[in-house]
Design a protein around this ligand. Structure first.
Ligand code: HEC
Length: 395
């Protein structure tokens, strides 16, 4: 029952989280697009630096940008702030439900020298808090945009690698995503919103002519813009064992994130009216390169050389290492109510049918058993490999 309730909590939180993230990323993309699409109004309008005409849902819209406000504080001012907070809060709760409550399955790496679940949770919390503090300090120290961008890129890449050494591949992807998401939400709440409050105050005080939005807020906006695609990739990538389960999963993450930044750059140039499609090609090339880099190595099965492993040898392994969860009535106390993904591995026909999936999850990658809870050995994986490469026969 306890797990049933946890699953529901998980489901509802995830729904909320995805919707909140859509509103956040959506409004961020939207405002970036508008901001880069502004052109000087013709004829000129007092105080308006840019104007944009737009059509949507059967009406024509006219946006005007007032860098120093319209001369008064508008009564009805829409803010963009709850989107980021809602996304971050629901993400934090999800992290707690899935990766802290389920630490032994989802968080720890499962290797022999893996951290204990409690220690792994401490590292998880620390890395999120430390990630924001380190980012914030570095931003304030380095003024040159390009150098800062490069330094942050190198540090984030280092974090990806480090998370891969500490956590399971899935949790590693997720933690990079959370660190980046925390930086983005922190930028909104600790830098951008306070800056806007100061701006409103200056408008009310009549000192707006001397007001400077400040390089800091611009910098943070710029970072948030480029972090969106990598963060979304982190969240989605954590569902693809072929990427996170690969030993070079950390490098794959870095390359695909770079592709995301490149694609984002293209869209920024496009909205500004000077599209540079080469950056789409560059992003595609990076993804293609990653695809080749982590492609499974096809093994040519030389008949006669492959020792024939029989199902009965494999059946023992499956029973010991998998069937606690992957059975019609999973016996592993309190873990699951039904076999995960409906996969049952307690008899020959179903094991034969699932052979390719098993190969992917327990041989090519070590995604299963999760956190290696059932302590599967490398020799057992090798036997499983030989059985499947030998044609996964039932007898
Ligand atoms: C502690 C419980 C547990 C054990 C033990 C376990 N699994 Fe899993 N397995 C899961 C869960 C949970 C999922 C679903 C993961 C997800 O949704 O990402 C899963 C998913 C899978 C999938 C993916 C199925 C699909 O349709 O995508 C395969 C294949 C798999 N397991 C094989 C194995 C093999 C082989 C073993 C033994 C070597 C094993 N599992 C041991 C819990 C377990």
């Amino acid at each position: 029952m306890e797990n049933y309730i946890a699953e529901w909590l998980h489901l509802v939180l995830r729904w909320f989280h995805v919707v909140a993230a859509i509103t956040w990323v959506g409004s961020s993309f939207y405002f970036n697009k508008i901001d880069r699409s502004f052109r000087p109004p013709e004829p000129p309008v007092d105080g308006v630096s840019g104007q944009l005409w737009s059509i949507h849902g059967g009406a024509i819209y006219n946006y005007s940008r007032y860098p120093l406000g319209p001369g008064y504080v508008p009564g009805q001012l829409k803010w963009s702030k709850w989107e980021s907070l809602g996304t971050w809060m629901s993400g934090a709760l999800l992290l707690a439900v899935v990766y802290w409550y389920g630490a032994s399955l989802n968080l720890v790496s499962g290797s022999a020298d893996a951290l204990s679940p409690v220690l792994a949770i401490c590292v998880s919390i620390f890395s999120i808090v430390f990630g924001w503090i380190a980012y914030d300090v570095i931003c304030k120290q380095i003024n040159d945009e390009r150098i800062l961008f490069a330094v942050l890129g190198v540090l984030l890449s280092g974090a990806v690698w480090a998370f891969f050494q500490i956590f399971s591949g899935k949790a590693a992807f997720l933690h990079v995503g959370i660190v980046m998401g925390t930086i983005m939400a922190g930028n909104v709440w600790f830098v951008i919103l306070p800056g806007q409050k100061r701006m409103l105050k200056a408008m009310a005080d009549g000192t707006i002519a001397q007001f400077d939005v400040g390089a800091e807020a611009k910098k943070r906006n710029y970072h948030n813009n480029y972090l969106t695609l990598p963060v979304v990739f982190a969240m989605i990538g954590a569902h693809f064992p072929m990427v996170y389960g690969h030993e070079l999963g950390w490098l794959a993450f870095i390359l695909i994130s770079a592709a995301g930044v490149s694609v984002r750059y293209f869209f920024n140039t496009m909205h500004a009216g000077e599209a540079r499609p080469i950056y789409i090609a560059f992003g595609a090339a990076l993804i293609l390169a990653t695809m080749f880099m982590i492609a499974p190595t096809p093994r040519s099965v030389v008949s006669g050389e492959t020792p024939t492993v029989t199902y009965s040898q494999v059946a023992d392994i499956l029973t010991q290492r998998c069937v606690a969860c992957h059975a019609a009535d999973p016996s592993k106390a309190g873990f699951v109510e039904a076999p995960p993904k409906g996969l049952i591995l307690d008899a020959a026909p179903s094991a034969v049918k699932a052979a390719q999936l098993v190969y992917q999850q327990a041989v090519q990658t070590h995604v299963m058993p999760p956190g290696n809870v059932t302590e599967m050995t490398d020799d057992e994986r090798e036997l499983l490999r030989q059985w499947i490469e030998g044609g996964a026969k039932a007898e």
